[in-house]
Design a protein around this ligand. Structure first.
Ligand code: GLN
Length: 266
């Protein structure tokens, strides 16, 4: 749906088609004041998802607030990649373990739980307020039984009795610090800690690639979203680690290398 459709379906509490075919729909006084309040915020570049307090991802509804990054369509590629790996390679294995680092709104963990009902999922975030939203999203999508959330700065506060995961997924902050202020004004409403990947945008890849081997099964997969132009640098970090073989890069709809899949080899 485009933004106008998102706004009017929300305020009129109807579906997209009704906006066009239901001639009885009209804005009463309350609805029109809601529309103008929303437009006043949108004019100041506030993202429509924060104004409405919700976003769609993988066909599911998510609650979003400025405590969490707004789910992006590119990130659906990461989720689809993980789903394909689990259903292709490991179709016989029930109880696949997945860890999501920096879960934010929980969009990745919740979608995985929804589409892989047999999976056991753990998700971490450094931000307690993000975790609250993620937990709410797990309840909203009725998968709170299959996800456990933990507060942790990546794996540092992680003392789960040495769980070995089949898959670790992450959409880490990857925007180079100096670039953030140059990005579109909408981005400035999002939590900086969810965007800021350090000087080159690579800080979190370095940390994750260094720490993940200790938490992955042999033959397990690390799947991460990557930023524009970061492919070669990330490949290098993997090479230096010596624990992984990069097996695939997947491009997004703009032909940007967006998702990397690496396999733990020893
Ligand atoms: N994809 C986000 C953007 O458009 C960045 C998200 C991230 O850093 N993981 O800037």
């Amino acid at each position: 749906m485009n933004e106008a459709e998102l706004l009017f379906t929300d305020i009129l509490n109807c579906d997209r088609l009704s906006l066009y075919v239901n001639k009885d729909l009209s804005l009463d006084k309350i609805s029109s004041s809601l529309v103008s309040a929303a437009l006043k915020r949108r004019i100041k570049s506030e993202p429509i998802q924060y104004i409405l307090g919700k976003a769609e991802f993988m066909g599911l509804q998510f609650k979003v607030t400025p405590d969490v990054l707004i789910p992006r369509p590119e990130t659906e590629i990461l989720v689809e990649t993980a789903i394909k790996l689990v259903s292709g390679v490991r179709c016989q294995v029930s109880g696949v373990n997945i860890l999501d680092l920096g879960t934010g709104s929980g969009c990745i963990a919740v979608s995985l739980a929804k589409f892989l009902p047999e999976a056991e999922i753990h998700a971490t975030d450094i931000s307690e307020s993000a975790l609250e939203i993620a937990r709410a999203n797990a309840r909203l999508n009725r998968v709170d039984n299959s996800i456990s959330f933990f507060q942790s700065d990546l794996l540092t506060a992680y003392s789960l009795e040495l769980t070995a995961y089949d898959i670790i997924v992450s959409n880490p902050p990857y925007v180079p610090t100096q670039e953030i202020d140059t990005l579109q004004p909408e981005i400035q409403y999002e939590p900086r800690i969810a965007l800021d990947g350090g000087e080159e945008g690579l800080d979190f890849y370095r940390r994750i690639i260094q720490d993940a081997p200790g938490y992955l099964k042999e033959g397990g997969f690390l799947i991460m979203e990557a930023g524009f132009g970061q492919k070669d640098a990330i490949k290098n970090v993997f090479q230096k680690s010596g624990f992984f073989k990069v097996i695939e890069w997947i491009k997004d709809y703009n032909n940007i290398d967006r998702v990397v899949v690496a396999k733990k080899e020893r």
